[in-house]
Design a protein around this ligand. Structure first.
Ligand code: UTP
Length: 299
């Protein structure tokens, strides 16, 4: 291990418009949509805490109240459950408020993921930090974030999470040009291309919603002009960091992730995620799985 500063803080951007989920997201952030009975964003905070990051900054937008309320105490509800003797539900209600030390900052306008991350500057200061997208779930059995933190401790710079997709799918994502390091699951990123045209992708490895950023990203974001869709892109800032020398906080590495990831920001993946989580829940599986089989057989 080297003497790079430790990663202690997590930033969770949740201020996007969520247009793919309208009208559900008209007054509710898409990160609050439930996966069975728990909002997606709670799984994300649990993941940060499991990786040792209990200082969590949420970047929220217009409908921030439901997120703040979810991670806060709910005295009336707790009183009512306590009076009924419903200890199980009381514990479920308290779980989210006891999870982490939560902080909030508001992104006045949804000017892109890069801008949302920039809003964390004052809270984060001059330390490396993790970014976890609030609608992107990593299975709790796959310790991706812990591995990314290890990689940052060893190599410095910034770290992104990569997943391999079929060649015909690459153009829907941010894609990385990579070169090997001495470790099988770690690569050095030489370039990042947002939504490459068919046949022009440098690899089949796409960037997913987990990042460890060197604080140098803030100075770069400050100067990053709006890119695709008029939004300030985090990918563009990371691309600039690939060219900076290590002494200026440059260098970007990738962790090749081969585990389970659920992109709940799109409808089809959201439905798959809910079905999969329900089928694995001990309290639901016995009734839900036979019903599901019968339903599918009848289609
Ligand atoms: P997405 O592009 O998936 O979110 O951003 P979106 O814009 O809300 O979704 P659609 O396409 O309109 O349905 C990835 C993450 O970045 C956050 C989102 O909340 C999401 O967690 N984000 C995006 C912000 O916090 N601010 C922004 O300005 C944009």
């Amino acid at each position: 291990m080297t003497d790079f500063a430790p990663v202690l803080k997590a930033v969770v951007p949740a201020a996007g418009l969520g247009t793919r989920f309208l009208p559900a997201t008209k007054a509710t952030p898409k990160e609050m949509l439930p996966i069975v009975d728990k909002p997606a964003i709670q799984y994300v905070v649990e993941e940060a805490v499991a990786a040792g990051l209990s200082d969590v900054l949420m970047v929220t937008g217009r409908s921030k109240r439901s997120i703040e309320d979810h991670f806060d105490r709910a005295y009336e509800l707790e009183e009512a459950l306590h009076a009924k003797g419903d200890e199980e539900r009381l514990a479920a209600v308290r779980e989210s408020s006891d999870l982490a030390v939560m902080h909030y900052v508001r992104q006045g306008e949804p000017r892109g993921l890069g801008h949302a991350v920039y809003c964390a500057r004052q809270h984060v200061g001059n330390e490396p930090f993790a970014v976890l997208l609030g609608d992107d779930l990593i299975d709790a059995r796959d310790a991706l974030l812990t591995r990314m933190i290890e990689v940052r401790q060893r190599y410095g710079g910034s770290v992104v999470a990569l997943m391999e997709v079929e060649p015909d799918q690459v153009s829907a994502y941010g894609c990385a040009a990579i070169e090997p390091t001495g470790e099988n699951d770690v690569v050095r990123i030489t370039d990042l291309v947002e939504k490459p045209a068919a046949g022009e992708a440098p690899s089949n490895w796409i960037v997913i919603g987990r990042y460890i950023c060197d604080p140098a990203v803030f100075d770069v974001l400050e100067k990053t002009p709006p890119g695709r869709a008029g939004e300030i892109q985090l990918t563009d800032a990371l691309r600039t960091l690939t060219d900076l020398p290590p002494e200026d906080g440059g260098g970007v590495y990738g962790v090749r992730f081969r585990g389970r990831r659920y992109d709940t920001g799109n409808k089809l993946e959201y439905l798959r995620t809910v079905v999969q989580f329900a089928a694995e829940r001990p309290d639901l599986a016995d009734d839900f799985v036979p019903w599901l089989k019968e339903f599918v057989a009848g289609l």
